[in-house]
Design a binder for this molecule. Structure first.
Ligand code: FE2
Ligand code: FE2
Length: 278
């Protein structure tokens, strides 16, 4: 198999030994191979596989939220680690690429202009949720410093597009000082501080599932059909360059392994557990 033209990501999928050791990688059909040679690097395939990482992170949030809802232990570090990957890989890389390389093709167009405006506003909303989730785990002293900084910006209004999505209601649940009310419970018996985190996790997963699904089925498909093969290849090369710059060689593989480690901590790595019992 000629791997000379494979992206780092495809090389990971084909060659990764660790977690993928027992997987049988199906042979790539010759027609697909020919299309890859013709188009070179494939930015849509890259974005969609990044959505695969996002979906696995959403499953981690689902499991953490489920445990909080049922007053069960959430292993230390898993939500913080997942939020850190979301910040570095989804917000600072994947969404930046979408906003710089994909969405500008549709901005202001009658067909998809409104959709990309909503998607862009959701990126901002997602980052605010991640800010709040990360803030939840910061020591109180750090939260107080952040809070006093926020007071300076009190006059700052929520972006109109974000307000539109959330009906103008506050997006972030401020949890400053909740440590002192640790004993207070919701009607369903969940400590208030945990309820704050639960709401953030639920808001995040609720938004990102339809968000990624709409990009996969509408925006990426439209992008592929509206740019020339040369532009398509150039985008793929730019994606790869950016990824290597931010995450190093085999960056995608490293991110996937980090996600798998969190899944293992939470007990959701074994895929067979999701198969219905006969
Ligand atoms: Fe997006
Ligand atoms: Fe996306």
């Amino acid at each position: 198999m000629d791997t000379g033209k494979l992206t780092t990501r495809r090389r990971f999928l084909c060659l990764s030994g660790g977690l993928a050791a027992s997987m049988v990688i199906p042979a790539i059909p010759s027609a697909v191979r020919a299309a890859q040679k013709e188009t070179g690097l494939n930015p849509v395939e890259d974005l969609m596989s990044e959505h695969g990482v996002l979906r696995r992170l959403l499953l981690i949030y689902d499991e953490a939220a489920n445990r909080l809802r049922n007053n069960m232990q959430v292993p230390s570090g898993v939500v913080e680690d997942a939020a850190g990957i979301i910040r570095r890989f989804i917000h600072n890389y994947h969404e930046k690429l979408e906003e710089e390389q994909i969405f500008p093709h549709f901005s202001g167009t009658a067909s998809l202009g409104n959709l990309v405006a909503i998607l862009t506003a959701q990126h901002a909303a997602g980052q605010r949720l991640t800010d709040s989730i990360e803030q939840y785990f910061k020591p109180l002293a750090v939260k107080q410093a952040v809070h006093s900084e926020e007071q300076k910006d009190k006059g700052q209004k929520m972006p109109a597009a974000v307000a539109q999505i959330y009906g103008g209601t506050p997006l972030i649940t401020h949890i400053l000082g909740k440590e002192t009310s640790e004993e207070k419970m919701t009607a369903s018996g969940i400590p208030l501080s945990k309820q704050s985190l639960l709401v953030l996790l639920e808001q995040f997963t609720r938004m990102y599932r339809p968000h990624a699904a709409r990009e996969d089925t509408v925006v990426f498909t439209a992008f592929r059909s509206m740019v020339s093969p040369k532009e398509f290849t150039q985008s793929g090369e730019e994606f790869q360059r950016k990824q290597t710059e931010l995450f190093g060689e085999n960056g995608f593989g490293k991110i996937v392994e980090s996600v798998a480690q969190i899944e293992q901590k939470l007990g959701i790595y074994d895929l067979s557990q999701f198969t219905p019992k006969a």
